[in-house]
Write a protein that binds this ligand. Structure first.
Ligand SMILES: [Zn+2]
Length: 228
């Protein structure tokens, strides 16, 4: 992208700003109060604001390769972990969505290891290692691996003390979503069956979507059989 194009984009933003000025000024004066932490892949085809129909100030975002959640470490120093802590402790979000997607390069890379120089990526992808199926990675198989990884990331989220505490207190719900690029559909994880299904079907079955941990709920190790 030539410099000219970048400058042009900034100019267009500044020109359009007056029509949105009130919203931005309120956000600047009153701060942000998003209720959703959205953990999505860095993939350019995943557009959280479009998916959720949200405007500025409504989504707190974590984006990384493969929408992965590093397990909680007492002495850790990971950017994604810091964002999760901030979202739960400071913003008191009500929902955390782990949104994976079809045709995910990170999930494919589980079968086609990155170049030797990409050491960070190789280590990072170990957070999804448990999702691998010992099969030929056909497109159909990759969709299953993408879904299994989403369940694993929810499991990792529950290793964060503040996440587990708020989920168990009924203050926070976790959601696993699988966005099908090209189909305009999002499948949601049904914690009762471990299946990903269209949102209407899931809501009809249970009246709500998301994960509420309680004594009568299955453990995450039962979700997406063999996932965890
Ligand atoms: Zn991806």
């Amino acid at each position: 992208m030539p410099d000219e194009e970048l400058i042009g984009r900034l100019r267009r933003f500044e020109k359009a700003f007056p029509s949105y000025e009130d919203t931005w000024r309120t956000l600047a004066d009153e701060g942000q109060h998003p209720t959703i932490l959205f953990i999505g892949c860095s993939d350019s085809r995943v557009v959280p604001y479009m998916l959720m129909g949200c405007g500025p100030g409504e989504l707190f975002l974590v984006r990384n390769v493969g929408n992965l959640v590093p397990p909680y470490e007492v002495d850790g120093a990971h950017g994604s972990a810091a964002a999760i802590e901030f979202a739960v402790l400071n913003l008191a979000v009500k929902h955390i969505v782990v949104c994976g997607h079809s045709h995910c390069g990170a999930i494919r890379a589980l079968y086609e290891p990155p170049p030797p120089e990409a050491k960070h990526m190789a280590r990072w992808l170990t957070h999804a290692q448990g999702a691998i199926l010992p099969v030929v990675p056909t497109e159909e198989a990759l969709r299953r691996v993408e879904q299994r990884s989403i369940a694993i990331q929810l499991d990792h989220l529950m290793t964060y003390p503040m996440v587990r505490r708020n989920v168990e207190a009924g203050k926070l719900m976790l959601h696993g979503w699988h966005y099908l690029i090209g189909e305009g559909k999002v499948l949601v994880l049904d914690v009762h069956s471990g299946e990903f299904m269209p949102v209407d079907e899931q809501a009809q079955r249970h009246g709500a979507i998301g994960l509420q941990v309680g004594s009568d709920m299955p453990g995450l190790d039962r979700l997406v059989p063999g996932a965890c």
